[in-house]
Design a protein around this ligand. Structure first.
Ligand code: ADP
Ligand code: ZN
Ligand code: ZN
Length: 748
């Protein structure tokens, strides 16, 4: 028998099949999806590869497979091949996402460092006779210490030696002598590295669903019973009880002995969320997967799923590949969150993967959000997705009031500080009331935008309606979509004033300013600089909550899913920075962020207040987020997208080139551009000229790109793949790295 094998390599040239003979002794074991070791070319060591097909004959003279590692299911291999086509990457890169973490050589070494430990048990046998539980006469033991140790261990079997030493207050020698007497038994065992081990378990009882919740539940339950695919959008304001519906659906699935995947944004894998699931389902049935776990932890969680011990997987993006045996449902919470789209190879979108898996397995897919992705909501209008609405908060608390402050007017009254009079007053009042405040600095991307502080005018591209970005190196303004360039202006083109500002403010500066204005207030800062090591995000939030710190200052990270009962004031320092990013989603991001951040205030009985500072109080994302009216926002924005032909009315593909040699990049990108342009002409896909990316140099590597806009159908995908393959085989521009991104999160 012959196996078609894909070599585990990032080299684009090797993204093809090679035939290998299957040795007799492995015929029964090797199947599609097997990870095997093979000799390759004249390499000295064996290479890792994946079997994607098995056949009788080959026309080539072939080598033999040298060994077998792990088996994946056939569906997973199919999924990987589908992904590689769709996201223009190597099949092996996709397969890697589906393998047990920590089994590849390098990782395995790291994992093995998580050592085995000694666990202590009562000896069941003494001199070959079973010792009855109460037949050990503790009183016959000589020393008090030995008595104490035995008493403790009798009640706490299976603890480790260090634990016994600490909790029973006995010495290692005491334990040793009890072992010698044959009263205790020591067993070396692998420690199950369990990320949930230290979590308390507090019962979380099933709630009686409200009418709205029940309606939504019933519709989804019906598709489970009918064993068919259907995609749902559970659209409900924050606190409307979406999570309760997820839990009841999952309960049903688990009772049918099937598995469930719940994806949550990386950042909202908060203790609060996990506690609710542990309280409802217990720790044994749950597996957690996210990037903050150690390799060893991820490995153990993965095996727990693979061996069918865990039926419920809660995790971030990559948990979509969890090896659940009989999947019954996939739920994606906060579906608008951009962490579901991978920003590194393979650049997949977990929502699209989920859709594919659910379709293939005839099970429902549930997306939940208070501010749905515009494209998702659009699909509810075209009936591709079924809309389920929750309009009320489940615990009857009120949504906060939102006040919008016009920073142009502040400036006119001579206030040049970062805080408007109104926000200043409110913070002061909140400090006096001993309530907590969150100050949010809305800052995305790295680019600097230009704004007139007199009239709020921002410089935009005449062709694309997207903010121009200031490039300090050339001292020019550029559009990152079409390449339009302009000279830097000194006076506002709209009102003529000279109050043109290049905008970009940091959290650090804000914290200093707050400390200066309110020296008595305690503050804590959360941003990419302060959140680095494991759990640090959680630590900052816990500290804010438990130590009752007055003011939390942060970026996007403070926005999501947290529940702080004492936060009554949320201040948005400048809403404009996301409004003016050079991205067609600027309005959508602004609306989402403002709505989510507003949802942090007044979540329980204390009423909440939100103050949004802006130079553009009349812009519709700000106006509609003030009213917390998603529907109105959707209607306005979708019309704009249609007019300008942006997603969901087309797809955008970004083909990025990077390398140290700018001349080579220019050649390579021009070559690819010409090839794409010729081949895609008849498909109504517009291919734009290669040009430098908004951040045109990172770590001494130049970055260029080609943007293609249009309907990326199967046919178009195949053509792009063919063009790229032809390029890789041509051997031109070996030092230039190419990465393709379909509908990327950021256009930087
Ligand atoms: P969401 O996921 O939409 O933000 P949650 O499921 O977290 O909403 O619910 C918000 C709050 O309302 C929680 O405290 C939850 O316990 C409570 N809740 C949810 N459903 C019900 C219900 N049917 N009856 C009473 N309280 C509920
Ligand atoms: Zn433009
Ligand atoms: Zn102006």
């Amino acid at each position: 028998m012959i196996a078609e094998v894909i070599i585990d390599s990032r080299a684009k040239k090797l993204n093809r099949k090679f035939d290998y003979k299957i040795p007799e002794n492995l015929t029964d074991l090797i199947d599609i999806g097997s990870r095997v070791l093979v000799p390759f070319a004249n390499f000295k060591t064996l290479e890792q590869g994946y079997v994607i097909k098995i056949k009788e004959h080959t026309e080539f003279e072939v080598k033999e497979i040298a060994g077998l590692d792990e088996n994946l299911s056939q569906e997973k291999i199919e999924l990987a091949r589908w992904m590689a086509r769709k996201y223009f990457c190597n099949v092996s890169e996709c397969i890697k996402l589906m393998l047990t973490p920590g089994t590849r050589s390098k990782e395995a070494n790291k994992r093995m460092q998580d050592k085995k430990m000694n666990f202590v048990y009562l000896a069941e046998f003494i001199n070959n006779e079973i010792v009855q539980e109460n037949s050990i006469d503790i009183n016959k033991l000589r020393g008090e210490k030995q008595k104490k140790a035995m008493e403790f261990i009798a009640k706490n079997e299976g603890m480790t030696i260090p634990e016994i030493i600490e909790f029973a207050g006995v010495s290692r020698e005491t334990i040793n002598s009890l072992v010698k007497k044959g009263l205790l038994r020591i067993e070396e065992q692998k420690v199950e590295r369990n990320p949930l081990a230290l979590k308390p378990k507090e019962k979380n009882n099933k709630l009686k669903l409200t009418q709205e919740q029940q309606n939504a539940y019933n519709k989804i339950e019906k598709t489970i019973e009918d064993k068919r695919f259907e995609e749902f959008l559970l659209y409900g304001v924050t606190g409307s009880g979406k999570t309760e519906i997820y839990m009841q659906l999952i309960e049903k699935i688990v009772n049918d002995d099937k598995g469930a995947i719940l994806l949550v944004p990386e950042i909202s894998l908060t203790p609060q969320m996990l506690d609710r699931f542990i309280g409802r389902f217990g720790k044994e049935k749950l597996a957690v997967l996210h990037s903050k776990l150690s390799v060893g932890e991820r490995h153990d969680e993965w095996l727990k799923i693979k061996e069918n011990r865990a039926k419920i997987v809660i995790g971030a993006r990559s948990a979509i590949f969890a090896p659940l045996k009989d999947l019954g449902i996939i739920i994606i919470d906060e579906e608008h969150d951009n962490s579901y789209k991978s920003e590194s190879n393979p650049r997949y979108n977990a929502k699209e993967i989920a859709e594919k898996i659910c379709k293939d397995s005839n099970i429902p897919l549930v997306l939940g959000s208070a501010t749905p992705d515009l494209s998702t909501f659009y699909k509810t209008q075209t009936k591709e997705i079924s809309l389920l609405k929750l309009t009320k908060r489940a615990n009857n608390s009120n949504l906060p009031t939102v006040e919008v402050v016009d920073l142009k007017k502040e400036l006119a009254t001579g206030n040049k500080s970062m805080l408007s009079q109104s926000l200043y007053n409110s913070i002061k009042q909140n400090l006096e009331d001993k309530h907590q405040t969150i100050l949010f600095l809305n800052r995305r991307g790295y680019s600097t935008f230009i704004i007139c502080r007199e009239c709020g005018y921002t410089m935009k591209c005449p062709n694309c309606n997207i903010s121009l970005t200031y490039h300090s190196f050339q001292n020019r303004l550029k559009c990152h979509y079409c390449g339009h360039e302009e000279q830097v202006v000194k006076n506002c083109p709209s009102c003529g004033s000279n109050k043109i500002r290049y905008f970009g403010t940091g959290t650090q500066k804000l914290e200093q300013e707050i400390k200066r204005i309110f020296p008595e207030a305690s503050t804590i800062r959360m941003d990419v600089d302060t959140v680095t090591k494991k759990n640090s995000h959680e630590e900052i939030l816990n500290k804010f909550k438990n130590e009752n710190i007055d003011i939390l200052i942060g970026t996007q990270m403070v926005v999501k899913g947290h529940h702080f009962p004492k936060v009554t004031l949320v201040g948005v320092i400048a809403a404009d920075s996301s409004l003016n990013i050079d991205d067609f989603r600027a309005n959508e991001r602004t609306f989402q962020i403002l709505t989510q951040v507003a949802g942090r205030a007044g979540r329980e009985n204390l009423p909440g207040k939100v103050i949004v500072q802006t130079y553009n109080p009349d812009s519709f994302p700000i106006e509609f987020s003030k009213k917390q009216d998603y529907d109105l926002f959707y209607k306005t924005e979708i019309n704009l997208r249609k007019q300008l032909k942006y997603p969901p009315f087309c797809d955008i593909i970004v083909i990025g080139f990077s390398g140290e040699n700018v001349q080579e990049i220019t050649n390579v990108s021009t070559y690819v551009y010409n090839m794409l342009k010729t081949n895609l002409e008849k498909y109504d896909v517009k291919v734009f000229m290669p040009m430098p990316a908004p951040i045109d140099k990172i770590k001494n590597k130049y970055r260029w790109r080609i943007i293609a806009k249009g309907d990326i159908t199967e046919d178009v995908t195949i053509i792009i793949n063919k063009c790229l393959q032809k390029f890789y085989e041509s051997g031109i521009g070996k030092k230039t790295n190419i990465a393709v991104d379909v509908n990327p999160n950021n256009m930087i």
